[in-house]
Unconditional design. Structure first.
Length: 333
């Protein structure tokens, strides 16, 4: 299946350049679904994501009640069209007894076709954060298009499904594809975020394939909110080095109190050592509402593990939904 004409893929900013978006609007009918966000139990205990191997540990999904628990939020907007050339790519990441979706951004060029390029990174590359992983394999053929009925069609070769997975991991992997395809289309300004959008997956040009032997690809798919991580750090990226302070931390999360906890711990010889600093940050949307958070840090030079998590007063001392990043500071006085 033919891919889209190349367009720039932005990351930040309120909207794409008006004349570019106007031209794209004339070329395609655009829609996107309004997305509900992750279901999260108040008593769900989640440890930090752990680094993943490529086979046995990541091919199975432990029994969990996370996906069926009462959700703390109901909806959240899709990625918006922006002005920088980056691609959104979703990965799988373990959080104790569950596996969620986490997003990273990758560099792009104006010549990249956003949906195909983002999906190829997802299937062929490794995540920048070693805590994240994928069960997809590099496909020998991959294409995408958008129909006048607001459906993104992804056509991929069967060798992309060569790794083994149980039903839970298969469902999450298919959701990983749906989130990546819709995010790339939205950020490139190819869809209208006021309307739903679906993703139809063909395998070698045909419908009805059983993804990883468990998920029938016989109808268009939409985003499943149960698989989005309850907390994730968007910036800084894992492994980042900063020469200028303050270090600005941004991310998104949900909490029954409307507050998230954070900590900064020293990293020595590749191992997390003592805690240097800790605190809390408010989610502007309030309790039980998904929202973006931000706060600044000014630590001395050194390597640190930054952690953000839900500190539920009903579960004192438990770090729920924790996400972590390693960052190095080299520019402090």
């Amino acid at each position: 299946m033919d891919a889209f004409p190349p367009v720039p893929t932005p990351r930040t900013g309120a909207a794409a350049i008006p004349d570019v978006r106007g031209q794209r609007t004339a070329e395609r009918l655009r829609t996107v679904d309004k997305v509900a966000i992750v279901a999260l139990s108040l008593t769900l205990l989640l440890g930090g994501c752990t680094s993943a191997n490529t086979q046995n540990p990541d091919s199975s999904m432990p029994a969990t009640a996370a996906s069926s628990s009462t959700g703390l939020v109901t909806s959240a907007p899709l990625e918006t069209a922006t002005a920088s050339q980056t691609l959104p790519v979703y990965w799988l990441g373990r959080s104790n007894s569950d596996v969620f979706l986490y997003r990273e951004f990758r560099a792009s060029t104006a010549l990249d076709e956003p949906i195909v390029t983002a999906l190829r990174i997802m299937m062929s590359n490794k995540a920048l954060d070693p805590d994240y992983f994928t069960l997809w394999s590099a496909p020998s053929r991959l294409g995408a298009s958008i129909s006048a009925k607001n459906v993104i069609t992804v056509d991929v070769s069967a060798d992309a499904f060569s790794q083994k997975a149980d039903a839970g991991m298969a469902e999450r992997s298919v959701s990983q594809l749906v989130y990546t395809a819709t995010a790339a289309a939205a950020m490139a300004g190819l869809v209208d975020t006021s309307s739903p959008i679906q993703v139809s997956v063909l395998v070698d040009g045909h419908t009805g394939y059983s993804a990883f032997g468990h998920v029938p690809l016989d109808k268009p798919l939409t985003r499943n909110p149960a698989y989005i991580a309850p907390v994730w750090i968007i910036d800084p990226a894992n492994g980042s080095t900063y020469k200028h302070l303050p270090l600005k931390v941004t991310g998104q999360g949900v909490s029954p109190t409307g507050t998230l906890a954070w900590s900064l711990s020293h990293v020595s010889e590749g191992k997390v050592a003592d805690e240097y600093l800790s605190g809390t940050v408010n989610i502007p949307q309030g309790p039980n509402e998904l929202g973006e958070f931000t706060f600044n840090l000014v630590p001395p030079n050194g390597s640190y593990q930054l952690s953000v998590f839900i500190d539920n007063p009903l579960l004192p001392g438990r770090k729920i939904g924790i996400d972590t990043k390693i960052v190095t500071i080299t520019g402090s006085p």
